[in-house]
Design a protein around this ligand. Structure first.
Ligand SMILES: Cc1ncc(COP(=O)(O)O)c(C=O)c1O
Length: 389
């Protein structure tokens, strides 16, 4: 049976290939330490699990959920957002729960892009932006994230003709995979760019709460004009160690939210009500569990940065996300260096090129593994590289 061309034309989802490779290694009995995937190693806080259990017993929650999410959840998101970013959001028009932020990020292209429209996409980036633009019939246009620009989108490098043809621009700070963060001046420039060229800003804010050293990540919507041109995607996955639960939310311009909601009502039937109740408990609950998570990643980040310094690999100390983005040694590509580490150190790190051509020359090290295993992985990498000297 042949799938549709749109499926045939897609590159395989990177992590599916990695899973296969690691499974092969595991079948051979090799103890591989996987620093590839950003999936929190710590459990969801107990009060959130408890809220799910209680809500699951209620027959009212076992029926189809509302397409637009529970009113109580939208009210809770509105309160959380105001407290966190100082931005008031209308619960009925400017907020839409999603089945994880990935689902919203993928569907927003379908809601906004016409066949042949251009979409401006960071490179390297979370791969979902590009594949969803392709699936929607759009044409991806690369915005290189370069080290010399602190991995920020360089709006001045986009020529006016290209910008005018674009309908949508995706961006993401704190950034996966580079772990760069963006300041207010950057967001203001993005808004101006969107207004100048009449395009939509789609900001992926999945890591807004995973930050270190006292840094607080901003929302696009807290800057003047942000709501005129933007839609922003938030996630409970990393903030509350809830990757498996599949809940996030879109916020922003009411017309953009409405377009996304219209599409979604035709495709999915919303998020299980009991999970929405758990999300309410998460957003209304104490801040300490998230602060604790950030402190744990911060300590792990320091260990990885220290090892990178010892072995002479250049890496910026990140102020957010759960990744370290490091340069590969001279003479290696991202892929050949990653393979060397699998072969000789039994440690898997993601080659930067998996996130796009401008990720070439880098690796991404994930911090979502126990302290002990991370320590062991760093020791293996250190030994492997010093053996070659
Ligand atoms: C940059 C970025 N955005 C969005 C997501 C999707 O997160 P979720 O669908 O779990 O909310 C991820 C997940 O890894 C990510 O790295």
């Amino acid at each position: 049976m042949r799938p549709a061309k749109r499926i045939e034309n897609l590159p395989p989802y990177m992590f599916a290939r990695i899973d296969q490779l690691l499974e092969e290694k595991q079948q051979q009995g090799v103890d591989i330490i996987n620093l590839g995937i950003g999936d929190p190693d710590r459990p969801t806080p107990e009060h959130i699990v408890e809220a799910l259990c209680q809500a699951a017993h209620d027959p009212a929650n076992q029926r189809y959920p509302s397409y637009y999410g529970l009113k109580r959840l939208r009210d809770t998101i509105s309160l959380w957002f105001e407290k966190r970013f100082g931005v008031a959001l209308h619960p009925d028009r400017e907020i839409l729960p999603t089945i994880g932020s990935k689902e919203g990020l993928a569907h927003v292209s379908w809601a906004l892009i016409n066949e042949g429209d251009w979409a401006l996409l960071p490179n390297p980036a979370y791969t979902v932006y590009k594949t969803s633009v392709i699936l929607a019939g759009g044409r991806p246009y690369d915005l290189p994230l370069l080290e010399e620009n602190d991995f920020l989108v360089d709006f001045d490098s986009v020529d006016a003709r290209t910008a005018r043809r674009a309908r949508l621009l995706y961006f993401n700070y704190p950034n996966n995979p580079t772990s760069a963060v963006a300041d207010g001046a950057f967001f203001e420039r993005a808004i101006q760019f969107a207004k100048d060229y009449d395009l939509v800003l789609c900001h992926d804010c999945a890591y807004s709460e995973i930050t270190f050293d006292g840094y607080k990540a901003p929302s696009l919507l807290q800057f003047r004009g942000g709501k005129d041109v933007g839609i922003e995607f938030h996630s409970l996955s990393k903030t509350f160690n809830m990757t498996g639960w599949r809940i996030g939310f879109a916020v922003g311009n009411s017309e953009l939210i409405d377009s996304l909601a219209t599409l979604k009502t035709n495709i999915d039937s919303g998020v299980f009500n009991a999970i929405q109740h758990a999300a309410i408990a998460a957003l209304e609950g104490p801040k300490e569990p998230t602060e604790q998570t950030c402190l744990i990643y911060q300590k792990r980040r320091d260990l990885v940065i220290e090892t990178m310094e010892q072995i002479g690999l250049k890496a910026q100390k990140p102020r957010g996300t759960m990744f370290v983005w490091a340069r590969v040694p001279p003479g290696f590509t991202s892929e050949s260096f990653s393979q060397k580490l699998v072969r000789e150190a039994n440690v898997f790190v993601t080659p930067g090129s998996a996130f796009g051509s401008f990720g070439e020359g880098f690796i991404r090290i994930s911090l979502t593994i126990s302290d002990e295993r991370l320590k062991e992985a760093m020791e293996r990498i250190r030994l492997c590289l010093s053996a070659g000297k």
